[in-house]
Design a protein around this ligand. Structure first.
Ligand SMILES: *[C@@H]1O[C@H](CO)[C@@H](O)[C@H](O)[C@H]1NC(C)=O
Ligand SMILES: *[C@@H]1O[C@H](CO)[C@@H](O)[C@H](O)[C@H]1NC(C)=O
Ligand SMILES: *[C@@H]1O[C@H](CO)[C@@H](O)[C@H](O)[C@H]1NC(C)=O
Ligand SMILES: *[C@@H]1O[C@H](CO)[C@@H](O)[C@H](O)[C@H]1NC(C)=O
Length: 503
């Protein structure tokens, strides 16, 4: 074996073909096209492999990878206790500045880790995902110096505006995943990762927008119950940006445009936008920022734009740490995935991630907070104080009639019964639990049981949905292994059980 390696490696070294992970110093003077950006991102992930990994979450219409750079400690594993943050740039292919700034941000975080206290803390405590370009096809067609998008590149290669393709509500706007593979990939990524906070970066105007109810479904007001929080998140960016802060972008194309305090609610009729998908479907608070008057400024302006945005980009990531956070657990201490966290005074619930961890962004104040999960008794903690800056830690333990049954006699194995809704009587009166009920179970029963199993055995199971059936039922896959849900590079995945469901 060793000899074989030598035979393989030595000639490569002689030919100088060994892959180098040298990353050339940033010049801030040129835009990177797809090939250059890919090369740079790959080199980053090799050189800084201890805090950086690169994955593709899918491909564009023309087959370009949708790269995501992840920056955190343990960058290839899913770990509990860190809020997940994302930036998405270049969703409109001709709005090129964001794409380039995000590559700079990646380099800045990687090179400053261990040097700059603030960056080190951010990378240690946050799971940061950066998608510099969501529309790599569009970018290849866009033209440097085109400020108003008069050339091509805004849309994807099938001529769809990606930001306007997130509406899965309106059937007139429904597109297939061949039309908008970029959106399909990002939607799935959002649902899977349950991001806590996100920034979507645009160009062509200097302003910020955040989610707003579609007027048709909310009679009284389009504002969400998280409006004040969204304003705070938005201001964190704008107040750390020297031009946005001045409140007078003075865009030559639109000289009269003043934008109030820099914030507009986004109500694009009949089109949901990515930010609304994040908020209403994805557990995630997302604000859209327009970074510059010019969509694709000349490369000579890149350094000054990086200087303008650097503080804002960093300060905004920090906001993933405000509010309240913790774990929702069973009495035996196992994390409960997908438990609901609801907050007094808002109608917007979030859910826990696979380890039972949750992160609810909130402004300072006092809140009654409720954790609930099917099959468990919900639990409310009143008057939880939230202070500025750092999240309050709050764990919930949920008592469950179902769990009690399973834990009744430690010598007995956990098992299935069908009567999950029966009220728990005194333990002695309960009928003995059958190891297995040999009968067909409905989809709901199966779903409930799988969720329960994964809640009770989180260290060896990982439940996810591989998709949905025609009638919208989840196609559950339960991974049973010693390291569930962890992408182990090079490890062979085994022990996956695919549970087919027909109803
Ligand atoms: C800007 O405002 C001024 C004064 O109100 C007006 O005369 C001018 O036409 C406006 N320019 C544009 C481009 O709207
Ligand atoms: C998570 O819970 C929500 C309701 O709180 C439910 O709609 C959704 O289907 C659940 N997802 C999974 C994967 O169990
Ligand atoms: C939020 O969760 C609570 C349970 O804690 C539920 O009663 C309420 O209907 C949920 N609200 C929304 C808007 O889903
Ligand atoms: C909350 O639970 C987590 C996970 O079990 C634990 O590490 C942490 O110390 C707990 N925090 C508090 C404040 O109880």
């Amino acid at each position: 074996m060793r000899i074989l390696w030598l035979i393989l490696i030595v000639p490569l070294q002689i030919l100088g073909l060994r892959r180098t992970n040298k990353v050339y110093e940033e010049t801030y003077k040129v835009y990177y096209n797809y090939a250059d950006m890919t090369d740079r991102l790959q080199r980053f992930s090799q050189k800084y492999a201890h805090i950086c990994s690169l994955v593709s979450i899918g491909q564009s219409v023309e087959g370009r990878e949708l790269w995501v750079t992840r920056i955190t400690t343990s960058p290839t594993a899913d770990v509990p206790g860190k809020p997940r943050f994302k930036y998405v740039g270049n969703i409109h292919g001709d709005e090129a500045l964001s794409r380039q700034l995000l590559v700079y941000l990646i380099e800045y975080l990687l090179t400053q880790y261990g040097r700059d206290v603030r960056v080190t803390e951010l990378v240690d405590r946050t799971d940061i995902y950066i998608m510099a370009s969501m529309n790599p096809d569009g970018f290849e067609h866009a033209v440097e110096g085109d400020c108003i998008g008069s050339s091509a590149g805004r849309e994807n290669a099938k001529h769809y505006d990606l930001d306007k393709s997130f509406s899965d509500e309106d059937k007139h706007f429904r597109k297939t995943s061949e039309d908008i593979p970029e959106v399909t990939a990002v939607m799935q990524w959002i649902l899977e990762k349950k991001f806590v906070l996100s920034g979507s970066l645009h160009g062509g105007s200097v302003m910020a927008t955040y989610p707003f109810y579609d007027g048709s479904s909310y009679v009284t007001s389009g504002l969400t119950t998280d409006d004040a929080l969204f304003r705070h998140l938005t201001r964190t960016y704008t107040e750390n940006h020297p031009i946005m802060k001045m409140n007078n972008p003075d865009c030559p194309e639109d000289p009269n445009k003043s934008f109030g305090d820099g914030i507009t609610n986004c109500l694009i009729l009949k089109s949901w936008g990515m930010q609304n998908y994040n908020y209403f479907k994805g557990n995630c608070f997302e604000v859209t920022f327009g970074l510059s008057c010019c969509k694709y400024p000349p490369a000579s302006q890149l350094f000054i734009e990086w200087t303008n945005n650097k503080e804002a980009l960093l300060a905004y990531i920090h906001q993933a740490h405000i509010g309240v956070r913790g774990f929702v657990m069973t009495r035996s201490g196992f994390g409960l995935p997908n438990a609901t966290i609801s907050i007094s005074g808002t109608d917007h619930n979030i859910t826990t991630w696979m380890f039972g961890d949750y992160y609810r962004l909130l402004l300072p104040g006092r809140y009654d907070i409720t954790a609930s999960s099917p099959g468990f008794l919900s639990n409310t903690v009143k008057n939880v104080p939230v202070i500025e800056g750092k999240a309050t830690l709050l764990n919930f333990t949920l008592e469950g009639p179902v769990e009690e049954m399973l834990l009744l006699d430690p010598s007995e194995q956990p098992m299935i019964t069908n009567d999950r809704l029966s009220t728990p009587g005194p333990p002695t009166s309960r009928s003995p639990i059958h190891t297995l009920d040999f009968q067909h179970h409905s989809y709901d029963d199966m779903e409930m049981f799988l969720q329960l199993l994964s809640a009770i055995h989180p260290s060896i199971t990982y439940l996810k949905s591989a998709g949905r059936s025609v009638q919208g039922r989840n196609l559950y896959v339960m991974e049973i292994s010693t390291n569930p849900g962890v992408d182990q590079q090079g490890a062979i995945a085994y022990g996956h059980i695919l549970l087919h469901t027909y109803t």
